[in-house]
Design a protein around this ligand. Structure first.
Ligand code: RB5
Length: 149
């Protein structure tokens, strides 16, 4: 495991109904991750901001260092998560994005679209997100400017 590997720590995961199937698939495919599952728990219709807020609060409270959010497209739940000042949520569709959001953006939350991404790619995205370190350096001063307006 990489030095920065986060998979042995609690990783929060939450979704709306559009992301429920992928959330369950990821938990089954990655049983070595210590998941903190914040729901939703069925395919019944719910509102994605409620689950983005739950996950942001779990990270803010120190219950988890990183999080995974899934809605149908990944768009709504990533927008909602990024309303929280302590969250840097990256919506990704491929492994390169999952790696870069750690290296360049120090993202602490990964968002994906359960209706858009396949399970195999989503699993690889989570693995890359949890095992890739932030590069720091020139990227840190850019992150420091986020939310300064
Ligand atoms: C729910 O139908 C869908 O709108 C939601 O999962 C998400 O894609 C919104 O951005």
């Amino acid at each position: 495991m990489a030095e920065n590997d986060e998979s042995t720590r609690l990783v929060a995961i939450a979704c709306d109904h559009g992301g429920f199937a992928l959330k369950e698939a990821l938990k089954a495919a990655l049983p070595g991750v210590n998941w903190l599952d914040l729901g939703t728990d069925s395919a019944e219709s719910v509102d994605y901001p409620d689950f983005a807020d739950k996950l942001a609060d779990a990270i803010g409270d120190g219950k988890a260092a990183r999080g995974i959010l899934i809605c149908g497209s990944g768009i709504g739940i990533s927008i909602a998560a990024n309303r929280h000042a302590h969250i840097r949520c990256a919506l990704v569709h491929d492994v390169t994005g999952a790696r870069l959001c750690r290296q360049h953006n120090n993202a602490n939350v990964l968002a994906m679209g359960g209706r858009l991404i396949g399970e195999a790619v989503a699993k690889e995205c989570v693995e890359a997100f949890l095992s890739t370190a932030f590069d720091g350096g020139r990227h840190q001063k850019r992150i420091d400017k986020l939310g300064s307006r």
